[in-house]
Design a protein around this ligand. Structure first.
Ligand code: GLU
Length: 446
């Protein structure tokens, strides 16, 4: 396999799909060496097959807004790879959603899900619907219209969507309600991230952020460091940022920054329970601004149009969107003494940022390893649904701990360099790839 040849071919076939091409390139560069040691992969054209989604559904979603006006959005579901289990992955509602974004996310999901140790294939879906400023009734009507098109292509044993940016418990509820009505099937396993009284799992709302911090703890322990007493900068203020801020605080770190599209909140005294609760209220307000946090808590300061990476911190945790931390941000963080960066968002760092961190040999780990606790706990939700039982919070949390520990171990196994530095990007990509590739090989040419 030659990365350049495959990339040139993909660029020709999928011009302008920048996020997708970026995600593929990162994986191919990581696995090239290992791949070329396996002529059976080359013979079965594993890479050429793996980089293309199994299928893409795209559909029109028409709904009526509160003023009685008709709105039309585009909906998508990308079933990327089913080698190790039913399609599994979130749904993103964001105005910038397009095929490239969802293909990158579905591709990443395939390897991430393989890392979780659970039998889940990779998928992603979403819409260019913008939830900002929408009323609850509008959100409901949109979710219903979206599911009206999607329901026939998903199911507990075929494809199990969940939340992502712009889709939380409320949206999953509206989509699940409509699914039941259309499918006349009352199997809760069709979606994950459900409410706790109707098939949801304890710890699922916290799982992405909690799992990320468990992963960071392992990284730090391996490097002889501790999170206790460290300062942490977090981007975003949604569900993932909230989970990360909650666990970081519990582990004795000081969360000195959270951010939004409008700027950053400098929070030198760290989080309190009241502040953490307010993050959820801010998200639920659908305004997508973080400034009110500093109006409510006077020990915090809002700095408009600045990123979280302008705040001095030991540990940087991108928790919002892809490519939210670029090469300049990475250089600024390093200059301010940051010694660990972990992507909690999917592909949160640009290739330049990753190269900057790795060149400085600081601790750095990619989203598909760090944030896998979210989808892993979705997998645990599916198990509970299939068994018609619910586990205690402690039981789910201990399973999440175990999963994050094994993901960390897999990264170390495949990513340790001769000088002892762990290249977590390489480790995660090779570990995920090997599992999916072996499964594809064993299942023949399909
Ligand atoms: N959207 C999350 C992710 O990127 C969760 C997906 C899921 O739970 O299926 O992994």
């Amino acid at each position: 396999m030659k990365v350049q040849t495959i990339m040139a071919d993909l660029e020709r076939k999928h011009p302008g799909e920048s996020e997708y091409l970026q995600a593929v390139q990162e994986v191919l560069e990581s696995i090239e060496e290992v791949y070329n040691l396996h002529p059976e992969f080359e013979k079965a054209k594993i890479v050429e097959r793996m980089v293309e989604p199994d299928r893409i559904f795209t559909f029109r979603v028409t709904w009526v807004d509160d003023r009685g006006e008709i709105q039309t959005n585009i909906g998508y579901r990308i079933q990327f790879n089913s080698a190790i289990g039913p399609y599994k992955g979130g749904i993103r509602f964001h105005k910038a959603v397009n095929v490239s974004m969802l293909k990158f996310l579905g591709f990443e999901q395939t390897f991430k899900n393989a890392l979780t140790t659970l039998p889940m294939g990779g998928a992603k879906g979403g819409s260019d619907f913008d939830p900002v400023g929408k009323s609850d009734a509008e959100i409901m009507r949109f979710c219903q219209a979206f599911m009206w098109e999607l329901w026939n292509n998903i199911g507990p044993d075929t494809d199990v969507p969940a939340g992502d940016v712009g889709v939380g418990g409320r949206e999953i509820g509206y989509m699940y309600g409509m699914y039941k009505k259309l499918a006349r099937e009352y199997n809760t396993g069709v979606l994950t991230g459900k409410g706790i009284n109707w098939g949801g799992s304890l710890i699922r709302p916290e799982a992405t952020g909690f799992g990320a911090l468990y992963f960071v703890e392992h990284m730090l322990a391996k490097a002889g460091k501790s999170i206790k007493g460290a300062t942490v900068a977090i981007s975003g203020f949604g569900n993932v940022a909230w989970g990360a801020a909650t666990k970081a605080t519990e582990l004795g770190a000081t969360v000195v920054a959270i951010s939004g599209p409008d700027g950053v909140v400098y929070n030198p005294n760290g989080m309190t329970q009241e502040k953490l609760d307010y993050m959820l209220a801010l998200r639920a307000s659908n305004r997508n601004i973080v400034a009110p946090f500093a109006e409510k808590f006077t020990d915090a300061t809002f700095i408009p149009n600045k990123k979280a990476w302008s705040i001095k911190c030991d540990i940087a945790l991108p928790c919002a969107f892809q490519n939210e931390l670029n090469g300049d941000d990475a250089a600024e963080l390093l200059a301010n003494g940051t010694w660990c960066a972990a992507e909690v968002s999917n592909m949160g760092c640009t290739p330049e940022a990753i190269a900057t961190f790795q060149k400085a040999e600081i601790l750095f780990a990619p989203g598909k390893a760090v944030n896998a606790g979210g989808v892993a706990t979705s997998g645990l939700e599916m198990t509970q649904n299939a068994m018609h039982i619910s586990w205690s919070a402690a039981e789910v949390d201990s399973k999440l701990h175990y999963i994050m520990e094994s993901i960390h171990a897999a990264c170390v196994k495949y990513g340790t360099q001769p000088d002892g530095y762990v290249n977590y990007v390489k480790g995660a990509n090779i570990a995920g790839f090997m599992k999916v590739a072996q499964a594809m090989l064993e299942q023949g040419i399909v």
